[in-house]
Write a protein that binds this ligand. Structure first.
Ligand SMILES: [Zn+2]
Length: 331
């Protein structure tokens, strides 16, 4: 049975909710209450004026009462989400992977529009999404179908990267005293605790995987892979940010990007997170050069390029990795 139309409509409905998230999350307002209203005349928007895609077109993007213009972005997000849901359904089919990936790409859409507009990625999206990715990994082992040896190797890499981050954090004050004022120790401590717990869990899983009942093993290994994935995804960009600060003596990478890459790692595993890390600068560089010429502003929102890299990795990652391993770049 072809459910393309169902997923297109579902996407438009979810897109309507993502619009609410895009407007309200950066302002720390509830995404549930109050219900939709016109920001100009404050009149509530009736259900028949709130039908995704159709209402915007029927009212030509204007409020029914005061005729104030609604942003084209509302229509764009609904259409984009509808097309993305339709495409993911066509690509992945009704497999266990479809649900988690639709959740991930919904986080991506909110993060992209908020980051372009406000230069931040809300924690509800990045950190919340990361936890969801770890939860999905336990429930749906198809998300990370790794062998024990691969799970152990991922854990080893994650541990090594955490060690590198720790050393960089130690030497950081020697080079960047003037940047330390902006750090938040509370935030820092709770992150350290979660990193230690995650490493302990990975070790425990990998030591005891053969003691587990066979039915549970894929779930445990997938859990381990999600933990390694978030540590390596977040850790890579965190380490690069610290090194950038040390070399250029100014703040170079936002914490939002670290959390976004942790999300990517939790959903897609460490290999594709590493690939994302290397693909994103190509997109970012092209846009950055254009923007720099246009606005003379060298700081750009990097989140959307990480997301572009993540989507490329998701759809063509295996091919790209095989190409590189086969010596595609050697002459
Ligand atoms: Zn109005």
């Amino acid at each position: 049975m072809d459910l393309s139309a169902v997923f297109f409509i579902l996407g438009a409905l979810i897109g309507s909710f993502l619009n609410v998230c895009i407007v309200r999350l950066p302002r720390e307002r509830s995404v549930v209450f109050p219900s939709s209203h016109c920001v100009h005349c404050l009149k509530p928007i009736a259900w028949y004026d709130n039908i995704p895609l159709i209402s915007w077109l029927a009212l030509r993007g204007k409020c029914r009462h005061c005729k104030a213009a609604f942003s084209f972005r509302y229509f764009l997000v609904e259409l984009l989400t509808a097309l993305v849901f339709w495409y993911f359904y066509r690509h992945f089919g009704l497999t266990p992977l479809l649900g988690p990936y639709l959740f991930m790409v919904s986080c991506f859409i909110v993060a992209t529009f908020v980051d372009f507009a406000e230069r931040i990625i809300p924690d509800e999206v990045s950190v919340g999404g990361m936890w969801a990715g770890i939860g999905f990994s336990i429930l749906i082992p198809q998300l990370h179908p790794v062998k024990p040896v691969d799970a152990a190797f991922g854990g080893f890499l994650a541990g090594a990267l955490v060690l590198i981050c720790l050393v960089l954090t130690w030497i950081y004050p020697l080079f960047c005293k003037h940047l330390l004022m902006e750090q938040t120790p509370e935030d820092d401590r709770s992150i350290k605790i979660w990193v230690v717990i995650s490493l302990l869990l990975i070790s425990l899983i990998n030591l005891c995987v053969y003691q587990l009942p066979p039915g549970l093993r894929p779930h445990a290994l997938s859990f381990s892979a999600a933990l390694s994935g978030y540590l390596i995804g977040g850790g890579l960009i965190y380490a690069m940010g610290l090194m950038g600060d040390i070399i250029f003596k100014k703040e170079s990478m936002g914490g939002g990007d670290v959390k976004l890459m942790a999300l990517v790692g939790a959903f897609m595993g460490w290999q594709l997170a590493v690939l994302t890390f290397f693909l994103a600068p190509f997109f970012g560089a092209v846009y950055g050069i254009v923007e720099k010429i246009r606005t003379k502003d060298s700081t750009i929102a990097y989140g959307p390029f990480l997301i572009l890299g993540a989507l490329m990795s998701l759809f063509w990652g295996q091919e790209i990795i095989r190409f590189i391993l086969a010596g595609g770049f050697s002459f």
